[in-house]
Design a binder for this molecule. Structure first.
Ligand SMILES: [Cu+2]
Length: 184
């Protein structure tokens, strides 16, 4: 019995030491219960300071978006234009976009899109279904908790777009310099 306990303890210590270097997965529900929200509305990631940074190459945390009825997207924006796709100075789309993920409300089969986050910078997202962003359907990863660029300030900007021009861009192929595919 004693032997077993030691063995068990050794395993626990081993795995908790490992926990520091294994990326976490953050679950985010998109439009749960017919609401125009991401739940939770923001993800705060843990970026450990480690003595061996090489271990962290391409090992960012993963966000797993779980899509609920009816038809939403998770689309990257800038802080300043919460309801428009993120673009570079040439007007090209450079952000992440899940595309529309229709889920039948009568026979719901949840759809999942996972992304791995490879930056510590704040990332801003919205739903580009007509009218959803201006009703506050926005999401952020690692938003600052103080200053002018909080999640609250971002959401306020999104709500302020109500009645304005809507974003109805065509889909294009995307390069994602700061988001990688989810590979396990
Ligand atoms: Cu939506």
């Amino acid at each position: 019995m004693k032997l077993f306990l030691y063995a068990y303890t050794g395993l626990a210590v081993f795995s908790s030491a490992f926990a520091a270097v294994v990326p976490k997965t953050h679950l985010v529900n998109v439009g749960p219960n017919g609401q125009l929200v991401y739940d939770p509305p923001l993800s705060m990631f843990y970026f450990p300071d480690v003595p061996h940074p090489r271990q962290f190459t391409n090992k960012g945390d993963v966000v797993k978006f779980i899509f609920h009825p009816k038809n939403h997207t998770v689309t990257e924006s800038s802080f300043d234009s919460p309801c428009s796709k993120l673009r570079d100075s040439h007007g090209r789309n450079i952000g992440f976009d899940s595309g529309f993920q229709p889920v039948d409300p009568i026979h719901p089969v949840e759809k999942i899109v996972s992304v791995r986050v490879l930056t510590k910078d704040p990332l801003w997202f919205y739903c580009r279904q007509t009218g959803h962003c201006s009703k506050g359907m926005v999401f952020a990863i690692n938003p600052p908790t103080k200053g002018a660029h909080t999640f609250g300030a971002f959401k306020k900007k999104a709500l302020a777009t109500a009645g304005g021009k809507r974003d109805d861009d065509e889909d294009t192929d995307l390069e994602l310099p700061h988001l990688g595919p989810h590979i396990d």
